[in-house]
Design a protein around this ligand. Structure first.
Ligand SMILES: Nc1ncnc2c1ncn2[C@@H]1O[C@H](COP(=O)(O)OP(=O)(O)OP(=O)(O)O)[C@@H](O)[C@H]1O
Ligand SMILES: [Mg+2]
Length: 359
């Protein structure tokens, strides 16, 4: 089994998170990967989606979830922010480049060699001919097949991060080809999409992507705010990174309650803590907090990540309660982690956001 695979060049500043970080998301995600089932992960803006990927490419985390399959499971993280014009060629080239780069970081010598080989045979000729779409697609397919024959136990998961805009803008043919690639390697290849919004809403013309959509539509993994344990891990990391130790445990608890465990809001409150003393009561007063630009910016970003209809729903909810509001929208907002519902009550997950919406 692989124990020290080099999967990332990123170095965490401050204490690394424990392996169990985000287990509520990573358990179902790795179960999908083990079963070669595609899925999508959905969460509102700055809910920590990309952070989960930083964590899951760690070799100790992969070993923990994948056990003996870890060495033969290639997790390939593709960042859609690196696309600029959303053309077919550009998308296949990015997939091919990232795939070859990921293999090159593997601890197995045979894979490092394969990576160099694939780069020479497939990536360089693709780069030589921008806009030769069919070449980029076929070479991506060939590169994947090369990995599949290297060891018949090898499998791949493509993690497609920041996929909202790509889902809206990529040419429809891309989706048919992604389906085709998966069908060629059924039971050995899957996709996991990281999204802020529901795929069917991003691309209302279902005919354009139906065969791709069917792969993951039933496997939804919500990404909600942090549990108190994960929020503590994040706060400890900020304390180290910013060299600002917190003196009272109560302060950490208050940051958690006010932010509702939203990483963006935790970060914003922490940035205020750098300027004020822990004893300053303003810091823990939601009415003061929502006057601060860093906090307002975080609330704005979160709301902008939602559909217009969901924003309007939330505003009405915080002002007038649930009466007459669409229960379907409520359900989506729960999946995205913006609303929390228990037997007694539905509420906005953070008191700061609640107050911001009420204004
Ligand atoms: N555990 C953590 N420790 C330190 N910083 C964190 C942690 N989790 C999240 N953050 C910070 O919080 C912010 C939001 O996290 P992240 O970018 O992962 O969210 P996201 O859901 O991917 O956002 P978007 O919807 O914009 O893609 C980032 O600045 C990130 O660095
Ligand atoms: Mg992100």
């Amino acid at each position: 089994m692989s124990t020290n695979r080099k999967t990332s060049t990123m170095k965490e500043i401050g204490k690394e998170h424990p392996v169990e970080y985000r287990r509520e998301v990573l358990k179902p995600l790795f179960d999908c990967i083990i079963g070669a089932e595609s899925c999508y992960l959905i969460g509102a803006g700055s809910m920590g989606k990309t952070r989960i990927l930083d964590h899951m490419i760690r070799s100790d985390v992969q070993n923990d979830y994948l056990k003996e399959r870890a060495a033969q499971t290639l997790i390939c993280r593709v960042d859609m922010n690196r696309l600029s014009d959303y053309s077919e060629w550009e998308f296949y080239e990015l997939m091919l480049f990232t795939f070859i780069q990921t293999i090159g970081n593997h601890e197995k010598d045979s894979l490092v060699k394969l990576s160099a080989n694939l780069m020479e045979k497939f990536l360089l000729p693709v780069l030589d001919q921008p806009e030769n779409t069919i070449r980029a697609l076929r070479f991506l397919e060939l590169a994947i097949s090369n990995l599949m024959v290297e060891d018949e136990e090898n499998s791949i998961c493509f993690l497609l991060d920041e996929f909202d805009e790509a889902y809206r803008r990529l040419p429809a043919k891309v989706f048919a080809h992604l389906r085709g690639i998966r069908d060629t390697h059924k039971n050995r290849l899957c996709y996991a999409l990281l999204l802020r919004n529901q795929p069917a809403r991003l691309r209302p013309q279902m005919k354009e992507h139906e065969s791709f959509y069917e792969l993951f539509s039933r496997n939804v993994i919500p990404i909600r705010a942090y549990t108190s344990k994960d929020a503590s891990a994040m706060i400890s990391q900020l304390e180290e990174r910013r060299n600002r130790p917190i003196e009272e445990d109560e302060t950490r608890e208050k940051i958690y309650l006010l932010s509702g465990g939203h990483p963006g809001l935790i970060q914003a409150i922490f940035s205020l803590l750098l300027k004020l003393s822990e004893g300053n009561s303003d810091l823990f007063d939601p009415r003061w907090l929502i006057t601060q630009e860093v906090i307002r910016e975080e609330c704005r970003k979160l709301l902008e990540s939602l559909e217009a209809e969901e924003r309007a729903w939330l505003v009405q909810f915080t002002r007038e309660g649930l009466n007459g509001l669409d229960p379907q929208v409520r359900q989506i907002l729960q999946v995205k982690g913006v609303l929390i519902k228990n037997e007694l009550k539905t509420r906005v997950f953070s008191p700061i956001l609640h107050l911001y919406l009420q204004q």
